[in-house]
Design a protein around this ligand. Structure first.
Ligand code: DC
Length: 224
């Protein structure tokens, strides 16, 4: 039996994470935060002294990555070797590490099956960069969520402040532009909408409006 999958791809701070979580909760479906896998990999590599350009060692690490996602009180704990690193991996610096390890095709291949194994009944909402283009190419609903760099920087700023991290808006706009550039222009699995993706610009939309739009679309495609 094929499991229904909704993919939500898009650039950094487009709201994918929040939207994907809400959609998954509303539908009672599983959630894959694929960015968390790349973040954990970058973080773990740095912690144990593996250089971020040592492709062979990164592949080995990715294959045996001791990570698990644990649902608790409506939140997902990201456990690395038994330690919850959910908050730690949200830091800007760890996003940078993730973006660096993500450029290697063999590293991406090493994480592919693990990601696909999240497709379990009753359904999966998968959030990332290449969910629709590589990991779940047969997904019946693919969303590409975007927003202006300024709006995304502002959202990121508010998010970081809330979590107690320090940040400046100008630096974040710069950082977001750099990250977009790297994610969109890398040779492997570059960030782009799948040919059959629905592109949603959330610059002027609230989270609820985006979620409703996705649920409407899922309904129209008889996924629910
Ligand atoms: O979604 P995020 O910000 O947590 O992702 C962190 C980095 O991981 C991002 O800069 C690119 C990389 N990534 C990726 O290459 N492919 C994915 N499916 C998810 C994330």
């Amino acid at each position: 039996m094929t499991v229904s999958v909704i993919t939500i791809d898009g650039p950094v701070s487009s709201g994918k994470g929040t939207v994907a979580r809400e959609v998954a909760i509303k539908l009672g479906w599983h959630l894959l935060d694929s960015g968390a896998l790349y973040r954990v990999l970058g973080y773990h590599a740095t912690q144990i002294g593996v250089a971020l350009d040592d492709e062979a060692k990164l592949v080995k690490l990715a294959k045996a990555l001791p990570v698990s996602f644990v649902e608790r009180d409506g939140d997902t704990l990201v456990m690395l070797d038994g330690v919850d690193v959910g908050n730690t991996i949200r830091a800007e610096e760890v996003g940078e590490l993730a973006s660096k390890v993500a450029i290697f095709q063999p590293v991406r291949d090493a994480l592919l099956e693990r990601q696909q194994s999240f497709a379990q009944t009753p359904g999966l909402v998968a959030d990332g960069r290449d969910m629709g283009t590589v990991v779940f190419t047969a997904a019946p609903l693919k969303i590409f969520l975007t927003a202006s760099a300024e709006e995304r920087a502002l959202r990121r700023y508010n998010q970081l402040k809330e979590k107690g991290f320090s940040a400046t808006l100008a630096a974040l706009v710069e950082d977001i532009r750099n990250r977009d550039e790297r994610d969109m222009n890398r040779d492997v699995a570059p960030l782009r909408p799948a040919d059959d993706a629905l592109v949603v610009d959330s610059t002027t939309l609230s989270v609820i409006e985006v979620v409703d739009r996705i649920l409407d679309e899922a309904q129209q495609r008889s996924l629910l």
